[in-house]
Design a protein around this ligand. Structure first.
Ligand SMILES: Cc1cc2nc3c(=O)[nH]c(=O)nc-3n(C[C@H](O)[C@H](O)[C@H](O)COP(=O)(O)O)c2cc1C
Length: 241
């Protein structure tokens, strides 16, 4: 592992807050990064994410104040808003279900395929269903409590839990994207310093969408790196059992 290309990329990636305005980032670079981001691990392969790629100059300009006038946003050549779409769970569960069905074709499903159909046809609705009165959440809470009494049970009940699930997966995609930018010789700055209400409005995102983070991309400068990289000591954050 020591000295590998991967280690180099991880060491090289820094959050850069001032991109070189004279260097453009080719579209193919962003496209490749997004193609790789799509391959990121994600909960149940539900892919409840979207990647809103902003390269239009006027739109980039409009994003700057909404990103609280951060210099990374002012100098970025592209931005990608990593967005969760928890509201699309039915459509994506159906897509996964149909994929299993397609594999089965006309023959009898195997045990694993039957489990796959149940997973997307029955379990995903239990995990993601919401209703105005909170009945689904109440049902999940009771289910988690009762099932968890005797055996280990994945305790996914309230809408907060589902939010965490979709944001986890989305952040992993953002990380894949950022590392791939580094691998291709460009730099990034992930941002949570932005006004989500105004950005959602500018990008015309639907009500069910939530912005996980916005990643600014460009060719980094030395001035854009704010000091040495500092991390807590290994033994303070790593616990071995
Ligand atoms: C979710 C998230 C949000 C962040 N938001 C901002 C931001 O709004 N502005 C900024 O300058 N840096 C932001 N950062 C970058 C962090 O400050 C940075 O990753 C951290 O200081 C470690 O430095 P490094 O990325 O150079 O290793 C964010 C990072 C993450 C993961």
């Amino acid at each position: 592992m020591h000295g590998t290309v991967f280690e180099e990329i991880v060491n090289q990636r820094r959050s850069n807050r001032a991109f070189d305005e004279s260097v453009e980032v080719p579209d193919e670079v962003i496209r490749k990064g997004l193609e790789l981001a799509i391959l990121s691990p994600n909960s149940s392969n539900m892919q409840l994410w979207e990647f809103h790629w902003i390269s239009d100059k006027e739109l980039l300009k409009a994003m700057h104040p909404l990103c609280l006038k951060q210099s990374a946003a002012r100098t970025a050549k592209h931005m990608v808003a990593f967005v969760t779409r928890q509201d699309l769970w039915k459509k994506h569960a159906r897509w996964n279900y149909n994929n299993v069905m397609q594999t089965i074709g006309d023959r009898e499903p195997s045990k694993r395929e039957k489990r796959g159909l149940d997973y997307y046809g029955k379990l995903m609705p239990v995990v993601y269903r919401q209703d105005w009165f909170g009945f689904s959440t109440l049902f999940r809470r009771i289910l988690c409590f009762v099932m968890g009494l005797k055996d280990p049970f994945a305790r996914i009940s309230g809408s907060r839990d589902q939010k965490v699930i979709v944001h986890k997966s989305c952040a992993l995609a953002a990380q894949t994207f950022m590392l791939s930018m580094t691998a291709m010789g460009y730099d990034t700055c992930p941002m949570e310093g932005f006004d989500p209400v105004r950005v959602k409005k500018l990008l015309k995102l639907p009500k069910g969408a939530e912005i996980n983070m916005i990643v600014a991309v460009g060719k980094g400068t030395e001035a854009g790196i704010h000091g040495e990289r500092k991390r807590l000591p290994f033994d303070e954050v790593v616990f071995r059992y």
